[in-house]
Design a protein around this ligand. Structure first.
Ligand SMILES: Cc1cc2nc3c(=O)[nH]c(=O)nc-3n(C[C@H](O)[C@H](O)[C@H](O)COP(=O)(O)O)c2cc1C
Length: 346
């Protein structure tokens, strides 16, 4: 008999010994799994700390620009007494815009145009409120803006939200109905999903909130069967139905859109919010979806990144199986917890 089997049989003969053996085994496994945390730590650390002199990619410049000019946008909406704001971030914004142009990236990019638009609004605000009488910031901003093509007036910032109209358009009961109707489907017919439908859903999901509006998410829509099957083979929750979905979405969030250790969890938070919007946007267009977890070992994560040909900084948030549900598709009841287990007023 194999020594391992012999040991196992001996242990099984004594209940206490066996329980102790199992406890020790799980302890060792849990310690070994610490290496997974190190894998995540390494990627996030590598992605977030760019190095002082590194040449920034377009994606990094966009993230950095959004991060800084969002402070200006916010400042323009603050209630109460007006004060001079933006002293710390204006030099950063101007420097990023300069790097952008030097790198030859398109100045027609919505993020670039958004920054110019915010600077215009900022300059107008400082002047109107006489917040910078000594021209400390205004001079720098004005010089920069003079060299820029003004952004059209239809890009007014800030804008006034029409709350009443919003609540009229979507009642609570309609919204709840939408939530009720979304269920994870695991049976699809073979109708293909048109690219336009996916594009519309993703465009709507882009309206989701994200930390400092950095929008780290990206969706890979895979209808190619070979690639779909390969990607699904690395996921542990699609057995028995994954192959039926004609479309596989991979939602990612780029860790390089975040700048420091305190933001380490942000890709997952923004990624989750984005995905939820995406699910609803697919649902209202008649599609059925099933989220597929990305609970994988580092080896599997690396393999999927290779298949998608994306850097590891682009964290996979989850897959989504998408298709048209078969008629009479059954879904689990999936009871929800009691409200008072989920909500506590303090
Ligand atoms: C992040 C995430 C990962 C999931 N992974 C899987 C999966 O791998 N396989 C699966 O069959 N369902 C998966 N689901 C679906 C859940 O089982 C489902 O959302 C839950 O049971 C509630 O049911 P409902 O979506 O129909 O309301 C996942 C859901 C989420 C949010």
């Amino acid at each position: 008999m194999h020594p391992k089997e012999y040991l196992r049989q001996k242990l099984r003969a004594c209940d206490t010994c066996y329980a102790r053996y199992v406890a020790i085994k799980y302890r060792i496994l849990s310690l070994l799994s610490l290496r997974y945390f190190f894998y995540d730590l390494w990627i996030v650390h590598q992605s977030m700390f760019w190095g002082a002199n590194s040449h920034l990619s377009l994606s990094q410049l966009r993230a950095k620009l959004l991060f800084y000019y969002h402070k200006i946008e916010k400042g323009l909406c603050m209630p109460g007494r007006q004060r001079l704001f933006g002293i710390e971030v204006i030099p950063q914004i101007l420097q990023i815009l300069e790097s952008w142009k030097q790198s030859g990236f398109s100045t027609n990019d919505p993020v670039y145009l958004g920054a110019i638009n915010s600077l215009q609004a900022y300059a107008t605000h400082l002047q109107a409120e006489n917040l910078d009488p000594e021209n400390k910031i205004l001079s720098k901003v004005s010089i920069y803006l003079r060299a820029e093509t003004p952004v059209e007036a239809n890009a007014d910032t800030p804008i006034i939200v029409q709350r009443d109209q919003l609540t009229e358009a979507v009642s609570f009961s309609n919204l709840r109905h939408l939530y009720l109707a979304r269920r994870s489907a695991r049976n699809f017919d073979n109708r293909p999903v048109a690219n336009e439908v996916v594009a519309r859903a993703v465009e709507a999901a882009q309206l989701s909130p994200s930390a400092c509006n950095r929008q780290p998410c990206k969706v890979f829509a895979i209808s190619d069967e070979k690639l779909r099957v390969s990607l699904l083979s690395h996921q542990n929750g699609n057995a028995g139905f994954g192959h039926l979905a004609p479309l596989l979405l991979v939602v990612t969030a780029n860790a390089d859109h975040f700048f420091g250790a305190i933001e380490r969890n942000q890709p997952y938070i923004d990624g989750g919010l984005f995905t939820m919007s995406l699910l609803y946007a697919l649902q209202v267009q008649g599609l059925a979806t099933c989220c597929l977890n990305w609970c994988v070992t580092p080896k599997t994560d690396i393999a999927a990144h290779k298949l998608l040909d994306i850097p590891k900084s682009q964290k996979i948030i989850m897959y989504i199986a998408v298709g048209y549900a078969q008629k009479q598709t059954k879904v689990p009841r999936s009871h929800r917890k009691a409200l008072n287990d989920v909500l506590e007023f303090k």
